[in-house]
Design a binder for this molecule. Structure first.
Ligand SMILES: Cc1ncc(COP(=O)(O)O)c(C=O)c1O
Length: 387
């Protein structure tokens, strides 16, 4: 145990780089990662370039799109040139859907009823274009049996959407096994890894998925607006997104009025003008996670989420996340009668966390969280429950 704590020392030293941590107990990295101080500097640099260099600022701004994408690639094990940036995961789902033709023989889109609703809304609205959404139901609101998920995939399935870590419970799904089953039936495997990237290590090539998307707001401490998507290298040239734009074109500055001539790399998914301020704001968090290494973040997370689960059970709270530490992501859900008003009181007392129907209070230690903060949270919950 002492050894484990020793190896966490430099993770905790990073606390100094996150000013919000001295103001609040930040246990909400599954929703909003803490802001690195360096994000201020990056945004100032963005503004200074705009002022000082005017239109010439694009010479610095544009390369940041691929630089950000490649840095994400290093975190998720994706080869250079296979990742692209966009504003959010919902937009990415729309772009992916715009690559598909839903025919009566290949119209099904399969995922679980625990997936994030924004992603569901995108696919559900594609029913107007011939898609046919099939939801695999969870029995307990915490997880979905992998075999049940696999059994729902058939020859009519066009795409399978796997939420790697479920936002409702923190359950890790077996994306590799589900992707293999999708491929066996000729379907695409799309992973929503928003709740995983930055806290659960992954290698997209080994996972053998077709797409993996996520965003900057949560575990990557990047603020809103810098979502990303990996596309399997050999698939890129076969896909022609209807949702495209001039930067998807091989020669955007040729201003041709023909059909788009798609770029050969993941740039074909770029669309219109990129969100440059978000790329600046998100750079520090991304860099911090990559420097620390997600393997090390995960080791600390497993220990602290386990500690939190043990303390919660001792305090008589229901843990609405898997019991097996290997099947849990970085977040733990705690339920008890009165959990919704209790979470509001916790916010008032400076504990940053949230509450979701069916999940209870969602709590997330990250690399910057101390054990003392977790102990203080449990004490506070005990006090609130006694009043
Ligand atoms: C698993 C998951 N997917 C997607 C989202 C959000 O998607 P978007 O980037 O479209 O807001 C969230 C949370 O906000 C999430 O937890």
């Amino acid at each position: 145990m002492t050894q484990a704590l020793d190896s966490e020392t430099d993770l905790l030293e990073r606390r100094r780089e996150f000013p919000t941590l001295s103001k609040k107990v930040h246990l909400i990295s599954h929703s909003l990662g803490a802001m690195p101080r360096a994000a201020y500097d990056a945004l100032r640099e963005y503004g200074d370039l705009w002022v000082d260099r005017s239109i010439e600022a694009w010479r610095d701004w544009l390369p940041l799109v691929t630089a950000s994408a490649d840095e994400i690639g290093r975190i998720i094990g994706a080869p250079a040139g296979t990742v692209m940036m966009h504003q959010n995961v919902s937009a990415w789902m729309g772009i992916i859907a715009s690559c598909l033709d839903f025919t009566p023989r290949r119209d099904r889109v399969v995922y679980t009823d625990l997936n994030f609703p924004s992603v569901h809304y995108v696919w559900k609205e594609h029913e107007r274009l011939g898609a046919n959404v099939h939801l695999v139901r969870s029995d307990d609101g915490i997880e979905v049996d992998t075999q049940k998920f696999i059994d729902a995939i058939d020859e009519r399935t066009a795409a399978v959407v796997i939420e790697l870590v479920l936002f409702r419970s923190g359950t890790i799904q077996d994306a590799k096994a589900i992707a293999k089953a999708a491929h066996a039936k000729g379907a695409l495997a799309i992973v929503d890894a928003y709740q995983a990237v930055g806290t659960v290590p992954m290698d997209v090539v080994d996972m053998d998925v077709d797409f993996l998307t996520g965003g900057s707001v949560k575990w990557l401490c990047g603020g809103p607006g810098a979502a990303y998507c990996y596309v399997r290298r050999d698939l890129i040239s076969k896909l022609e997104p209807r949702l495209c734009g001039w930067f998807s074109h091989e020669e955007p500055f040729a201003f041709e009025m023909s059909r788009v001539r798609y770029r050969r790399d993941a740039g074909r998914f770029m669309g219109g003008t990129p969100s440059i301020p978000a790329l600046y704001a998100s750079s520090a968090g991304r860099r911090c996670v990559r420097e620390l290494g997600v393997e090390r973040i995960r080791r600390k997370s497993i220990r602290q989420v386990g500690k939190l689960a043990a303390m919660a059970e001792e305090a008589g709270l229901e843990v609405r996340s898997p019991r097996d530490p290997q099947r849990r992501g970085g977040m733990l859900c705690l339920e008890f009668p009165g959990s919704e008003p209790a979470h509001e009181e916790l916010l008032r007392r400076g504990y940053m966390l949230d509450w979701r129907p069916g999940s209870g209070i969602r709590v997330s230690p990250h690399f910057y969280t101390t054990d003392g903060e977790l102990e203080a949270l449990l004490d506070e919950i005990r006090k609130i429950r006694r009043t």
